[in-house]
Each structure stands twice: as C-alpha cells, then as structure tokens.
Design a protein around this ligand. Structure first.
Ligand code: 5GP
Length: 217
C-alpha cells in the first residue's frame, strides 16, 4: 500500500505592514526558498528606484497603461498608495493557485481589504492574511531612515501612511510583531506550514480513496 498522499490547492497569502516592516523581503525569501511558492509581481505607476528592474521588482507602467489594463479587468485588485497606483495582475495569481502553488502578495491594507471582499469561492478558500507589525514608533522611524532610498518628503509621507496602516492589524488572521530577520522568517514559515495543513484545503487523490479505508471516504 502506498503512503497517503493529499493534494491541495494553492494559498493566496496576502502580506501587509508599514514601510520598513520587511514584508517584501519575507515574501521574496520564502518564495525563493520554496519551489511550491511564487511571489506575485505587482504593477505600479511609481518610478523605479535605483537598481529596480522591470518584470522583476515590479511591472512599471505609465498611468495610461495601468488605467487601460484596469478598465480591461486585468487586475485582481488595485489601489492608490503614496500617490501612485499599485495593483496585482490576475495573470500573476489565479493559474498558480489552481495548479497548487502558493502565491505570496505584498500589498497595502486597501488591496488586502479588496481581496477579502472577493466573492469568488476559489479566492475565499485560498485566502490567508498576515500583518507584519513593528514593535514601536522608534523602530518604525529607524527602519524608514535606514532605507535611505527615499527623499525627506517621501519619508514623511510613508511615516503618516505607516501609522494609518498599522491601525488595521486586527483585520488580519495573523499578526507578526517584527523582531529580527531570522525570527520573522521562522514565524512566517510556521504560519505557512500550518495553513498548508488545514484539512478543509486537502483532497485525497483517487488512489488514496481506494487504498486508505481509514479516510472514511
Ligand atoms: P513600494 O513603493 O515601497 O515598493 O510599495 C509601497 C506600498 O505599495 C507597499 O505598502 C506595498 O505593500 C504596496 N503595494 C505593492 N504592490 C501592491 C499591489 O499590487 N497592490 C496594492 N494594493 N498595494 C501594493
């Protein structure tokens, strides 16, 4: 008799948190380390920062192009953040979930709320949301300053937005209070591992139904 094999559909894992919380690094690191996970590259109208590459960090679009793709219904969600448009393309998400891969999305609280409201049963079932919180206002300031990639005005804008974003932590199923990179990654991976084991997302393959009467199917 072969060992029990359970198949599952992919997770749609939405990760939010203030600028500097390390959410992008967590999503990227997890998807690089695990072949069953992919990072959904967002589209944005913001100007690329130094070193950022089109199609790797973001799909950098003009506002006209973004808006026309939005009109064509190509986005799962989109929102205006820090004065620019950001959105998740359906093409970056749906096929992966159907094929059993977990999709990690680093999006703001407005985008997360739009996905939470989706009526599509496949999306609702796959949905997991995680908020990365900072332990203090001092730590937030320290991390925003450390990035060194933003102008003073941008830092001020991001600071105001960060305070507003953090008020939404309780809307998320999980909240991770960020400590150091390794601890955060361990906690994040533990959440993913738990979500992958939820019985409601698992289906025995045809062989398992015949060979494992203990399943009661
Ligand atoms: P940044 O400009 O620092 O790369 O990102 C700014 C903010 O936009 C972050 O809070 C990030 O989570 C959010 N963001 C990135 N991609 C998306 C997206 O596809 N949709 C939404 N709603 N927000 C996004």
């Amino acid at each position: 008799m072969s060992d029990l094999q359970l198949q599952r559909r992919g997770l749609l894992c939405v990760v939010s948190g203030p600028s500097g919380s390390g959410k992008t690094t967590l999503c990227r690191r997890y998807s690089n380390a695990d072949p069953a996970a992919v990072y959904a590259i967002s589209a944005t109208t913001r100007t690329p920062r130094e070193g950022e590459k089109d199609g790797i960090d973001y799909f950098f679009l003009s506002r006209e192009e973004f808006e026309s793709r939005a009109t064509r219904g190509e986005f799962l969600e989109y929102a205006e953040v820090h004065g620019n448009l950001y959105g998740t393309l359906k093409s970056e998400v749906l096929a992966h979930i159907n094929e059993g891969r977990d999709v990690l999305m680093d999006i703001d609280v407005q985008g997360a709320s739009l996905i939470r409201e989706q009526s599509d049963p496949a999306i609702r079932e796959a949905f997991v949301d995680i908020f990365i919180m900072l332990p203090s206002e001092e730590e937030l300031l320290r991390r925003l300053d450390y990035r060194g990639t933003e102008s003073r005005d941008q830092v001020e804008l991001r600071l105001g937005n960060a305070r507003e974003e953090m008020r939404h932590w309780a809307d998320y199923r999980y909240t991770v209070v960020s400590q150091d990179k390794e601890t955060d990654f361990t906690t994040f991976s533990a959440i993913m591992a738990g979500e992958r084991c939820r019985s409601s997302r698992l289906t025995p393959c045809e062989d398992a139904i015949n060979q494992h009467p203990e399943l009661g199917l």
